[in-house]
Write a protein that binds this ligand. Structure first.
Ligand SMILES: Cc1cc2nc3c(=O)[nH]c(=O)nc-3n(C[C@H](O)[C@H](O)[C@H](O)COP(=O)(O)OP(=O)(O)OC[C@H]3O[C@@H](n4cnc5c(N)ncnc54)[C@H](O)[C@@H]3O)c2cc1C
Length: 377
């Protein structure tokens, strides 16, 4: 599959009015709203490195390249792409950017859009568009790369991407702190003021149990840099509560908790708001409901496992957000990442119904052929 092949596929779909379902490695096609498509356009075989300049810390790859492949290639040069979306590393970079999939490392390195320098995509007219560039300081005019990030394939089929890499840290260690009483607040405060972790998650007892880290809410911390920097931050943490070192694959296990998800809801508010609320939210121990808080980003994630209790998705989503938002008078932002197909219309029929979004969609996909319905109509 080449960019020209994508152009032909899109132009044929326009001519025959046959909407397209865009796919990468199809690991997460049950996320987003149901798509009305007559044909699948897969980028799975369009993978590989286009150019890699270790000296510039930049890598250009085809959209079908997996995160695992990027990990392998950059490791040879002692570099890495700090992007760890939930699910698995078997996913493609094109899909990860199209869905703006962020994982625990977003706490230390920012969101997928912050690691994206530029991309090439084919819009719904079958035109090739290149946005951004291949170097760090590159954007002139509209930053289309950021517009395509998180557009779920509705504005264009991503074919090629240029990413910003980082040097691998000399030390990269992870720790768990079992939470009691006010420790969640003290740790969240430290994460905000005294340490700069690569990843920092306050997790409910159900998550700790699933990861084999005990039966109480816990705090997972990933510290990186040189040995001295890590040691200094560890002292700060240990002064708050006893810490225990854990294996790096604990983060992979945390990300894979989603694999059996029925529903995933993300609730965000100003980080300070999480300082007070964390302990009470984490105290809720509902079987099959996994709650994680990143107080540095102000994000609360609730994953409801497929074999959870009846009606969990509505109850959990509705209840938690309302209760959480009142304190500072600023309501929480609730984003549903995954819901059973029949629930979308009830709780979030569309996120692109406003005139501006409709205008942008019309400009990039005038015939409504790219993943129609995935963001609602
Ligand atoms: C079990 C599981 C749970 C996950 N949970 C989460 C989660 O909770 N939050 C989260 O953010 N991410 C989550 N992810 C997402 C994830 O890790 C990445 O988005 C991912 O990398 C999916 O890769 P894929 O190639 O299999 O995508 P696919 O499943 O093939 O595609 C995912 C979406 O991206 C679109 N897409 C794919 N390729 C392109 C392209 N080239 N151009 C435009 N659109 C494209 C598809 O239309 C589809 O809607 C999860 C993944 C899995 C497997």
């Amino acid at each position: 599959m080449t960019t020209q092949d994508v152009v032909s596929a899109v132009r044929e779909s326009v001519a025959t009015r046959t909407p397209l379902r865009i796919t990468g490695r199809s690991n997460w096609l049950d996320a987003g709203r149901p798509v009305r498509a007559g044909k699948t356009l897969s980028l799975r075989d369009d993978s590989g490195v286009v150019s890699y300049v270790p000296g510039d810390l930049t890598l250009t790859v085809r959209a079908g390249t997996t995160l695992a492949e990027i990990e392998r290639v950059t490791l040879e040069h002692d570099q890495w792409l700090p992007l760890d979306p939930y699910g698995s590393s078997d996913g493609t970079i094109g899909a990860t950017i199209a869905t703006a999939s962020a994982g625990p490392l977003a706490s230390g390195f920012g969101l997928p859009r912050d690691l994206l320098l530029g991309l090439e995509f084919v819009n719904g007219r079958g035109e090739i568009v290149r946005a951004g560039g291949k170097v760090v300081k590159n954007v002139a005019g509209f930053d289309l790369s950021r517009l395509l990030t998180g557009s779920w394939g509705t504005l264009g089929v991503i074919t090629e991407l240029t990413l910003r890499l980082y040097a691998r840290p000399r030390a990269d260690r992870s720790f768990v702190v079992s939470l009691r009483g006010e420790q969640a607040k003290a740790l969240a405060h430290a994460a905000y003021t005294a340490i700069s972790p690569y990843a920092f998650q306050l997790v409910s007892a159900s998550v700790a149990r699933a990861l084999g880290l005990g039966a109480h809410p816990a705090c997972l911390v990933r510290l990186g840099g040189n040995e001295a920097v890590v040691a200094e931050q560890l002292i700060v943490l240990s002064q708050i509560a006893p810490t225990k070192e854990i294996e790096p694959h604990t983060w992979t296990a945390l990300r894979e908790l989603d694999v059996n998800a029925d529903s995933v809801v993300r609730i965000s508010n100003v980080p300070i708001q999480f300082l007070g609320a964390s302990a009470s939210i984490l105290a809720e121990d509902i079987p099959g409901v996994y709650t994680c808080i990143d107080p540095r980003r102000g994000v609360l994630r609730i994953v409801v496992a497929r074999n959870g209790q009846e009606g969990d998705d509505d109850t959990v989503a509705g209840g938690t957000s309302v209760e959480f938002g009142t304190d500072n008078g600023r309501s929480s932002e609730v984003i549903f990442e995954k819901l059973p197909a029949d629930v979308w219309v009830r709780v979030s029929p569309s996120v692109v119904a406003d005139s501006l979004s409709l205008g942008i969609r019309k400009a990039y996909d005038p015939h409504d052929i790219l993943n129609p319905g995935i963001l609602g109509d």
